[in-house]
Design a protein around this ligand. Sequence first.
Ligand SMILES: NC(=O)c1ccc[n+]([C@@H]2O[C@H](COP(=O)([O-])OP(=O)(O)OC[C@H]3O[C@@H](n4cnc5c(N)ncnc54)[C@H](OP(=O)(O)O)[C@@H]3O)[C@@H](O)[C@H]2O)c1
Length: 247
Amino acid sequence: MRVAIVTGSSRGLGASTAIKCAERGIGVVVTYNNNPEKADAVVAAIAATGGTAVALKLDVGDSQSFPAFLDAVKEQLQAVWGRKTFDYLVNNAGYGLFNPIATVTEEQFDGLFNVHLKGPFFLTQALLPLMEDGGHVVNLTSATSRVATAGVAPYAAFKGGLEVLTRYMAKEFGERRIRANSIAPGAIRTELGGGLNGEFEAMLAGQTALGRVGEPEEIGGVIASLLSDENRWINAQNIEVSGGYII
Ligand SMILES: NC(=O)c1ccc[n+]([C@@H]2O[C@H](COP(=O)([O-])OP(=O)(O)OC[C@H]3O[C@@H](n4cnc5c(N)ncnc54)[C@H](OP(=O)(O)O)[C@@H]3O)[C@@H](O)[C@H]2O)c1
């Protein structure tokens, strides 16, 4: 059984990705930060449909914790799947923060940097020796790197950096036949940045060609499909999945 590690899969897009991967017969390492019970619910939902998943704690903003996470991954791969390696890494964990450039604090800037750029960089580095040749890294970027939507400058800048990093991963990992792509969602109904209220949702729907916000499964399904062999020639791409956001 192929195995995916999906960071930040206790809720939102990560949870949907974990479930969609399991539907395709992929084993999943679900990770949570503050919500272990939600991660357990994702694991239970996967088990209820005959899939296999485990939940592990991971703070992507704390690179010092990565060696211990690596050990926990090794232990679970062996115990649950009888394997020493895994196949797919989805760097999804993240959070939103609205604050104009004029008032962003250094602490807010560093927090976003650690989770959205430094974390995916060093987590991928740490997990690379365990990734099977022919594997795949998927990074979650954002349509906010293509269009400027006021109030999310550091977030969007680091997502832009992650998009560039994705191409470098594809270049450097290619000799091991490991692909790297990024998925850039538009506005999707999750709890990111405090979630959607009526007025905010109406504004985002109005900015989207298809006239609504997206649902998490409309991202999770794309990621699960991208991992599959039928899409094996897609590499080094940033793929926007947004229903046509601000075009
Ligand atoms: N929703 C959108 O419209 C949208 C658009 C563009 C890009 N994205 C990107 O898509 C990804 C997922 O977002 P989402 O909308 O699904 O957000 P969400 O519903 O708020 O879920 C965030 C997930 O990330 C985890 N997480 C947060 N901080 C973490 C940290 N420091 N270390 C490890 N895990 C952490 C959370 O874990 P706990 O709950 O366990 O703490 C949770 O599972 C993010 O990278 C986001 O930037 C989302």
